[in-house]
Design a protein around this ligand. Structure first.
Ligand code: 5CA
Length: 444
């Protein structure tokens, strides 16, 4: 992408309304624009990051055996009457009347809709287990939308719904979700800690939230330092091995880790002093096992091998996809701007032409651009006729992991410069064999 042909509306000033770093940086780097309180347009750079996160989330859900579907944003209120949540959900639910006077709503979550799909088509244990998921916009009329995409009113969420014939199998679905979430966050370059949590309006008695530690987080959390040392790494995961999956979940849930809603000081006090930690956290996902809460009220039954009918065992499992964009920035930035982890960076590399208008520089940049595109990279070419300082500041702000700096002086010696945004290190690379050396560096 040539920057002069792109749409990157950078803000020079710090927006007054932004209270936290990620919100400020998202506005300044032209990723989002607020349209009304807690509702945003996603501009090209923001959309790219959102889509990259979405792709990783989908890949990990499919790897865990979960089936993608897409449910609508607008739902009929009758289903919520059946489950008994229409009144319970209160003012957070945006109610809409259609032209026939029928009460509709903009979905804050999809337990009812997915249970309706299930009961229409599945009635035997033979078709179980099944987990459906979708990634769709949600609406919750939050009292205090704030911190940009962190607490929006409209937000993008992955929600998955598991259907099993008994509790044992439903817990396996819960465990699969926990591990697929841990894998997802690790691929995003984030450390998210599973913590025992309250179930709120979703219901049930078994739930974990996934928290990214950050000073700007909305939740107070208490944990044993040991849990922060755990990671899946490149461990081979076999989702069909129920016992192995349960063992990994045990490892990750053994150390004390709770949000303030479920915190118990007397249990916490048993942890040795130096390991006892309290911090703020951003909730980037939550999983629930709630048994037959919805299947009972909505008549989603299955026939068991012995011929009896029983309400299906369910769980629901969410990842805050749009919130993750903010959480990633909270975890990856410096004074100059964002530092994207390579897995979600809007571009892999930017070519910065220090002397636009100079024929040699432009030729070299165009050639590099073609070579890198051919090699499969997503490349931004800063071909603006701007001062060098402005170019560097923009690129440091938007946080593309690698910068290729092309200037007439280096070029005259047959070199270009490769800068790593994360640690600021610069390497001179000979242009003649440029692509090869460059590619190995970019891959590292
Ligand atoms: N149906 C269940 C699981 S699919 C559910 O709705 N769970 S939830 O309420 O915990 O939401 C799932 C995730 O969505 C949260 O962990 C959080 O990361 C994200 N989320 C929730 N509310 C908001 C909001 N107002 N703005 C941005 N993200 C949100």
């Amino acid at each position: 992408m040539y920057l002069t042909k792109y749409f990157l509306p950078i803000l020079k000033e710090n927006p007054a309304e932004a209270q936290i770093t990620s919100h400020r940086l998202m506005l300044r780097s032209g990723m989002i624009k607020q349209s009304s309180a807690g509702i945003y347009s996603w501009l090209p750079l923001g959309l790219k990051v959102l889509k990259k996160i979405e792709k990783i989330v989908v890949e990990e859900q499919v790897a865990a055996g979960h089936i993608p579907i897409l449910m609508p944003t607008i739902q009929p209120s009758e289903l919520w009457e059946e489950s008994g949540r229409l009144d319970d959900y209160g003012k957070e639910m945006l109610r809409i009347e259609d032209r026939h006077g029928r009460l509709m709503l903009y979905g804050p979550t999809n337990e009812e809709l997915v249970t309706d799909i299930f009961r229409s088509h599945i009635s035997s244990y033979k078709d179980l287990p099944k987990t459906f998921f979708h990634i769709q916009w949600k609406f919750r009329d939050e009292v205090r939308p704030r911190f940009g995409v962190m607490r929006g009113r409209e937000f993008f969420m992955k929600d998955g719904y598991s259907f099993d014939m008994d509790k044992d199998s439903a817990i396996h679905a819960y465990n699969r979700h926990m591990i697929s979430y841990l894998r997802t966050y690790e691929r995003l370059g984030l450390k998210a800690i599973p913590m025992q949590a309250d179930t709120g309006p979703i219901g049930g008695d078994y739930s974990h939230e996934f928290l990214v530690l950050a000073e700007t987080g909305e939740s107070q959390v208490f944990y044993d330092k040991e849990i922060t040392d755990l990671s899946l790494g490149d461990r081979n995961i076999d989702y069909s091995d129920q016992q192995a999956i349960a063992t990994i979940v045990q490892d990750f849930t053994k150390p004390y880790a709770r949000t303030d809603e479920t915190h118990e000081q007397n249990l916490f006090n048993r942890i040795p002093n130096e390991r006892r930690l309290s911090a703020r956290g951003i909730e980037v996902g939550q999983i629930f096992y709630f048994g037959t809460k919805y299947s009972k009220s909505m008549g989603a039954d299955v026939v068991l091998p012995n011929g009896d009918r029983t309400p299906v065992e369910m769980g629901s499992h969410g990842i805050g996809v749009s919130r993750l964009v903010g959480a990633l920035i909270e975890a990856n930035h410096d004074d100059l701007g964002i530092i994207w982890p390579s897995s979600v960076a809007p571009f892999d590399v930017v070519i910065i032409n220090l002397k636009q208008g100079n024929e040699e520089s432009e030729k070299a940049c165009r050639q590099l651009y073609e070579d890198l595109i051919l090699a499969g990279y997503d490349v931004l070419y800063d071909d603006r006729d701007e001062r060098v300082g402005v170019k560097f500041a923009t690129m440091d702000l938007i946080g593309i992991p690698w910068q290729i700096i092309v200037g007439p002086r280096d070029l005259a010696d047959g070199f270009l410069e490769l800068k790593c945004r994360k640690n600021g290190s610069k390497t001179r690379v000979p242009l003649t064999e440029g692509s090869r050396q460059l590619l190995s560096a970019l891959n590292s």
